[in-house]
Design a binder for this molecule. Structure first.
Ligand SMILES: Cc1ncc(COP(=O)(O)O)c(C=O)c1O
Length: 306
């Protein structure tokens, strides 16, 4: 094969750019802020890393074979990632989603040929988890159920990928790591590797500040089914982010820097600013899980920044 030809779309997962974020530079000139631009993954989000790792782990263990359907519950991005990887590798994909996920997400998943089963919107991601467990229990041999909330291959993708990339891209200068909690895979895997490298690196995990929130992709752990992969010992701090300030920061960073990011990136920016007021200097790295174009129909950019 010619050297310039990529052998396939799954090989494009990871190695995302680390972007300098200048939003807080005037206020905190001695603070460097960087973000992993995870929408550069082929499926458009950080979840490509976990989905590919869990599927390839299933293939290695023999748990995933061509006669089985990949099934999981997902608030959207993991579903898009499974749907893409399934199409690329030749597997059927069935996804259980709360009925209220954004229109763009449903359309994307269907474009890759995956099937959607809707769970009760009022029960959120936990309702989807309960429904997928029932479906698998009803016909266990028909499915490969990666269970992103319990599968060690999810954080391992970040332990072996995201964290190693961050250390290389910052020339090992990172002092603080900030990330949102969904399945907790990004935070747990990345923080574990960073702390093994240098125990003085501080880690801050971000969840919504309330069980009723608008931060799609993030989980309010005190009121949710706690993911089995969650390891609270890796978090120096866990902060609850309010929805509106996160939305406002997502709008601001789009207009001020040309970075069109999703709700959960607004949430980590809220946390970076809060951290900045405490530390004033350092090398802070965060993760922007997806792009704002996934949320146009939610009205995220409908209002002017305040
Ligand atoms: C938009 C968005 N942000 C953040 C996250 C959290 O990532 P993780 O599941 O690795 O905790 C997700 C996960 O689904 C997501 O979709």
């Amino acid at each position: 094969m010619a050297a310039l030809v990529n052998p396939g779309i799954t090989k494009l997962v990871g190695n995302t750019p680390l972007l300098r974020v200048r939003l807080f530079e005037r206020e905190f000139p001695r603070l460097e802020v960087y973000a992993k631009a995870e929408w550069f993954n082929p499926g458009g989000s950080v979840k490509d890393r976990a989905a590919l790792a869990m599927i390839e782990d299933g293939e290695r263990r023999g748990a995933l074979t061509k006669d089985r359907t990949i099934i999981d519950s997902t608030s959207g991005n993991t579903g898009i990632a499974y749907a893409l990887m399934g199409a690329a590798k030749g597997y059927r994909v069935k996804l259980v989603m709360p009925g209220n996920v954004s229109a763009e997400r449903k359309a994307l998943v269907m474009a890759y040929g995956a099937e959607i089963v809707y769970s009760d919107a009022g029960e959120g991601s936990d309702g989807a988890i309960r429904m997928v467990r029932d479906l698998v229990a009803g016909d266990p041999d028909a499915y490969f159920y990666p269970d992103q909330y319990s599968n060690p291959a999810n954080p391992r993708a970040h332990y072996e990928g995201t964290a190693v990339e961050i250390l290389e891209q910052t020339d090992k200068r990172i002092t603080h790591f900030v990330a949102g909690l969904g399945t907790t895979g990004t935070f747990v895997g990345t923080s574990r590797r960073l702390k093994e490298h240098d125990a003085s690196i501080k880690t801050i995990a971000i969840e919504p500040d309330d069980s009723f929130h608008g931060l799609e992709g993030l989980k309010h752990l005190p009121t949710a089914i706690v993911p089995r992969i969650w390891d609270p010992s890796l978090a120096d701090e866990v902060w609850g982010c309010p929805t509106e300030p996160a939305y406002a920061l997502a709008r601001t960073v789009a207009r001020a820097e040309g970075l069109l990011v999703g709700h959960s990136s607004g949430a980590v920016l809220w946390a970076v600013r809060k951290l900045a007021t405490a530390i004033h200097e350092g090398v802070v790295v965060t993760v922007f899980p997806d792009s704002g174009d996934r949320y146009i129909s939610t009205g995220l950019y409908g209002a002017r920044p305040r």
